[in-house]
Design a protein around this ligand. Sequence first.
Ligand SMILES: NC(=O)c1ccc[n+]([C@@H]2O[C@H](COP(=O)([O-])OP(=O)(O)OC[C@H]3O[C@@H](n4cnc5c(N)ncnc54)[C@H](OP(=O)(O)O)[C@@H]3O)[C@@H](O)[C@H]2O)c1
Length: 254
Amino acid sequence: MTKTVLITGATSGLGSEFVQLFAKDGYDLVLVARNEKNLEEIKQTWKDVNVTILPKDLSEPGAAKEVFEFVQQRNITVDVLVNNAGFGLMGKFDELDIQKQVNMIQLNVTALTELTYYFLKGMKHRNHGKIMNVASTAAFQPGPLMAIYYATKAFVLSFSEALVEELAHTNITVTTLCPGATKTNFGAVASVESTKMFSNAMASDVVAKEGYEAMLKGKRVVITGALNKAGALGSKFLPRSVAAKIAKYVAGEK
Ligand SMILES: NC(=O)c1ccc[n+]([C@@H]2O[C@H](COP(=O)([O-])OP(=O)(O)OC[C@H]3O[C@@H](n4cnc5c(N)ncnc54)[C@H](OP(=O)(O)O)[C@@H]3O)[C@@H](O)[C@H]2O)c1
């Protein structure tokens, strides 16, 4: 039977790579992002695939529930949930716009949490499902100059790893993808392209494929790229104060 994946942030970067990977493997797609025109274009590109699109701003309170209700009304069973939509902002916490930072928490944390909650219920009922939550290597240490972004990704990692244990004796897997800098629109949106952290940005297709394969295998956490793996491992052994200083250094201009 054809499986269905719901992907948030499907119109760009890692999300559009996930679209290709799932479509080529024969999944039906439910795609969520804000830009309707971009969603329509994807639907036109994959004419042989069953694509359902839903333009939705997931930074608005209640949006995740609306996504769930939309899917329910169409009797779509979501076998795989990919919580990918997210954004970052560079700057001092007190100098960045507070509403933008709240929207970031709403998108990166609240929508991801709510979507997981709603779709997990059905997965548990069927005792079958996969969830991929996109965090970041930012999850492993505090991030001065991107304080809220790093904190949101720490939430995603902690939450997802806890779920793995709660679901240990089920056929539901939760995979956390932790990319380092990756060439997508993220850099421009967050204004980080000229920083040292983006010196060795990876290609989005490579990152997405690594995440996709790890998700299929039901792996717990995947950190993409050897340098990022080493960095994440290093930050486990460093005092958090030192790890935070390094994060501040790499947030500086090249
Ligand atoms: N690129 C990196 O260096 C990097 C590193 C680590 C982790 N990540 C994570 O990877 C994930 C994907 O990001 P990306 O790098 O692929 O960035 P991207 O190219 O900017 O893509 C972001 C996607 O999210 C959607 N989106 C943004 N705001 C949204 C909202 N309020 N509601 C619904 N959809 C929204 C965008 O579409 P619309 O604009 O149409 O809404 C787009 O499809 C994010 O969670 C990001 O934090 C990225």
